[in-house]
Design a protein around this ligand. Structure first.
Ligand code: NAD
Length: 414
C-alpha cells in the first residue's frame, strides 16, 4: 500500500521537477510508534494487539488523522495513510499536518467493554506524543464518536480538560454539529461541482455506492436528497440494487437496525464484488483501500468516480481508468470534508464556543468549493488529471511551509 500511495506523490513530483532529496524529506514520517496493547478480556483471557501511530509531517500545523481498528492494520498502512493525511489537509488548506494510527483488533468480535479497555490502554501508551497542538486523532474505519469520547476522557486524566485532543467526539462531549455527515457532505459537494462542469445536474445521473458506513451512507443520503438515483449500494455483507432508485433513508434505517444492507426488502440482492462494475454514471468507492484494481478497472461502467475511501484505486487501475477517459475525483480532495469539519470542531473546542449546524455546513461548502477550484486550476495549468493536480497543489503548500521555517541555501522548484 505504501508503494502505491508514493506512486501518486512521485507522479506529481515529476510534474514540478522535485529533486530526490526533497522527495525523501517530504515522504519520510517524522515519527512512527508501535505499541503493544494488552488487556484482560471479558472472558478472563489475555488479549494482545499491536497499536500504531505514525506522525508524518507537521510543517503546516499539528498532525491530524484517524484511528482505525481493523485486523489488517499495520505500520505500512499507517505510514501510507498518514502520508495521505498530510496531502489532504494541504489540499483543503486547513492548518494541519498528517498522521494516522490504529490497532489490529477486530471490533466485530469484541465486547464494548473490551473495546473501551483497548482504547484507554492505547491512549495511556500514546499520551506523551498526542495532544491539541501536536497530534489530534479522529474516527476512521470501525471507530466512532463513542471511541473518541473515551479518548478525550482518558487523555484529560493526564493533561487536564482537553477536548481539542481528538475530534469526531459525541455532541454531548464537545463534538461539532455536522461532523458525522461531514465526509459524505464534502464528497457530494465536489460531485456537484464536477457535474456542473459537465453541464449536468444530480437529476441526470445514477450512482452506485460501495461501503455503507459513515462515508458511504451519508454520501448516499445526500446524493438522493439532491435528486440523483442511487441504484446500487453494497457493504461487506452484500449489495442491494433498484434501477428506479433505492429508498436511501429506508436503507439507512435498515442498516442501522440490522447492521447490514443485506436483506433490505426495497431492492434486489447481489454479490458485493459486482458493485465496482455497476451500470451507473457515478461510482463512489467508500469502503476500504484497493477496491479498484487492474483486475476490475476495465469492468467500471461509470464515467465519474468520486473516492470516498482512502486509496480505493491502485495506480495500475488509475492508469487504465485515465486511459479510458474515466474522470476521478481523488480521495485527498473528495473525502476531505471530514478533516475539514474536524478542524472546525478543534477550533470550537479551543475557543470554547459552539457553531450551529448551518454555519458548519456553510463553511464546509466554502472550503470544498475553494479546494475543488484550486485543484482544477492546477490541472488546467499543467494539463494533468485531478489526482496529480491535487498532489501538486499539496506538495507545493507543504514544501513551501517547510522551507519557510528554516534557512537553506538550496532553492527548490516549488
Ligand atoms: P465505516 O467502518 O463506517 O464503513 C466502512 C463500510 O465499508 C462498511 O459499510 C463496510 O461494511 C464496508 N465494506 C468493507 N468491506 C467491503 C467490501 N469488500 N465491499 C463493500 N463494502 C465493504 O468506515 P468509514 O468511516 O465510512 O470509512 C470508509 C472509508 O472512508 C475508509 O477508507 C476511511 O479511511 C475513509 N474516510 C473516512 C472518513 C470519516 O470521516 N469517517 C474521512 C475520510 C476518509
Amino acid at each position: 500500500m505504501l508503494a502505491e500511495s508514493h506512486f501518486y506523490f512521485h507522479k506529481a513530483a515529476d510534474v514540478i521537477g522535485l529533486d530526490d532529496k526533497v522527495r525523501t524529506i517530504l515522504l519520510t514520517p517524522r515519527r512512527s510508534v508501535k505499541v503493544e496493547v494488552v488487556i484482560e478480556g471479558e472472558d478472563g483471557e489475555l488479549q494482545t494487539y499491536n497499536g500504531f501511530r505514525v506522525q508524518h509531517n507537521m510543517a503546516r500545523g499539528p498532525m491530524k488523522g484517524g484511528l482505525r481498528y481493523h485486523p489488517a492494520m499495520d505500520e505500512d498502512h499507517a505510514v501510507a495513510l498518514a502520508n495521505l493525511m498530510t496531502w489532504k489537509t494541504a489540499v483543503v488548506d486547513v492548518p494541519y499536518g498528517g498522521a494516522k494510527g490504529g490497532i489490529d483488533c477486530d471490533p466485530r468480535h469484541m465486547s464494548e467493554r473490551d473495546l473501551f479497555q483497548v482504547t484507554t490502554f492505547f491512549v495511556e501508551q500514546l499520551k506523551e506524543i498526542i495532544g491539541p497542538t501536536t497530534d489530534i486523532p479522529a474516527p476512521d474505519v470501525n471507530t466512532n464518536a463513542k471511541v473518541m469520547g473515551w479518548i478525550m476522557h482518558e487523555y484529560s486524566k493526564y493533561a487536564g480538560f482537553s477536548p481539542a485532543v481528538v475530534t469526531g467526539k459525541p455532541l454531548d462531549l464537545f463534538g461539532s454539529e455536522g461532523r458525522d455527515a461531514a465526509t459524505g457532505r464534502g464528497l457530494v459537494h465536489v460531485l456537484g461541482a464536477a457535474l456542473e462542469e459537465q453541464k449536468k445536474s444530480f437529476e441526470d445521473v445514477t450512482v452506485a455506492v460501495q461501503g455503507f458506513g459513515n462515508v458511504g451512507s451519508n454520501a448516499a443520503l445526500l446524493i438522493a436528497e439532491q435528486g440523483a438515483r442511487v441504484v446500487a449500494a453494497a457493504d461487506s455483507t452484500g449489495g442491494v440494487s433498484n434501477d428506479g432508485g433505492l429508498d436511501v433513508p429506508a436503507l439507512h434505517a435498515w442498516k442501522n437496525e440490522h447492521g447490514r444492507v443485506d436483506g433490505f426488502p426495497g431492492g434486489e440482492a447481489f454479490e458485493n464484488t459486482e458493485i465496482i462494475g455497476w451500470d451507473a454514471d457515478v461510482l463512489v468507492p467508500a469502503a476500504l483501500e484497493n477496491a479498484i484494481t487492474e483486475d476490475n478497472a476495465s469492468d467500471v461502467k461509470a464515467s465519474l468516480i468520486v473516492e470516498g475511501a482512502n486509496a480505493p484505486t491502485t495506480p495500475g487501475a488509475d492508469q487504465i481508468l485515465n486511459d479510458r477517459g474515466v474522470a476521478i475525483i481523488p480521495d485527498i480532495l473528495a473525502n476531505a470534508g471530514g478533516v475539514t469539519v474536524s478542524y472546525f470542531e478543534w477550533a470550537q473546542n479551543i475557543q470554547q464556543f459552539r457553531w450551529d449546524e448551518a454555519r458548519v455546513n456553510r463553511e464546509l461548502d466554502k472550503k470544498m468549493s475553494q479546494a475543488y477550484r484550486s485543484v482544477r486550476e492546477v490541472a488546467t495549468e499543467h494539463d494533468i488529471d485531478l489526482r496529480t493536480a491535487a498532489f501538486v497543489l499539496a506538495i507545493r503548500r507543504v514544501g513551501r511551509a517547510a522551507l519557510a521555517r528554516v534557512h537553506y541555501r538550496t532553492e527548490f522548484p516549488f
